[in-house]
Design a protein around this ligand. Sequence first.
Ligand SMILES: *Cc1c(COP(=O)(O)O)cnc(C)c1O
Length: 362
Amino acid sequence: MERVFNFSAGPSMLPLPVLERAAAEMVSYGSSGMSVAEMSHRSPDFEPIIAAAEANLRKLMNIPDSYAVLFLQGGASTQFAAVPLNLLGEGGKADYIVSGQFSGKAYTEAQKYGDIALVATSKADGFSYVPATTRESFRPDASYVHICYNNTIFGTKYNYIPDTGDIPLVADMSSCIISEPVDVTKFGVIYAGAQKNMAPAGLTVVIVRRDLLGKARPECPTMLDWSVMAENGSMYNTPPCYTIYMANLVYEWILSLGGLEKMQEMNQKKAALLYDYLDSQDYYITPVRPDCRSMMNVTFVTGDADLDKKFASDAAKAGMKNLKGHRSVGGMRASIYNAMPYEGVEALVAFMKEFAKNNPKK
Ligand SMILES: *Cc1c(COP(=O)(O)O)cnc(C)c1O
């Protein structure tokens, strides 16, 4: 069967050249005579793969040596606990901004471990924007401030990096990492599940400033202790070898296109096509405040739940899958990560016009 345009929020589309290369190398990788899926993580064939993944991610994101790069398991959700366990200390304080469902979960999880303050939230407005904060918003003795940089479910994104003064800023970047350049040095910790924009599911990347290592609480499980993972080159136990290999293919693909500046240019072009259309008509409504629009996840509704349902099912028949919004919010969501080609968004906009014409509202 021909490939569809897959607008899934995650796991999501991977670049075709990456899939083709993985397919070509599936049965026998290089001169190893075996698949990467079959390799010992301590073998001379695998070691260069994880080393290349780290080097390429460092190059792509311009990550200084003063930061450790970890390749872990457990998904971003495991980091909701790992963050306080590594940074809070005994009886510590941390400040959270809740701008959507995942930052809400992170906030709830952290409450198990210390004095956690909700500094700002857009919950009362349906998470349709990202709250603004200033340095004065945060408690001066907080161990860290936690944000979710791109809100996958609601389709909003930070259009600024919060100024937290000397307090380390921790960001969940699961759905926007490597979509555009970011100044890593503005953050204490960046973490991301790989299955949105980097690789298949199974890998979580944590980028942590080295001076924040070694502060884990005594009860922190060894597997969640970033310093143990850093000391062991992410190989305290078996890492998600095959997914790390796939992530590296994705990093190489982006580098071959021209890096994150180029990726940003391509992503902006795709998002503009869709938002410009949304702004030009009144059949579809986008609930997101214009200055907080996500470049990765574009949400919209018709205002009629039955039409929304029909939209997603008709689109699937036309070769555009997974356009249904998150089960908690309904409506539609087009996730247009790095791997989504411009042609996919063109096809979507053409379909949207056609659907609006053929399905007048009552
Ligand atoms: C998908 C997502 C998560 C959850 O990731 P898992 O890897 O499934 O735990 C957390 N945060 C954000 C921003 C996400 O998009």
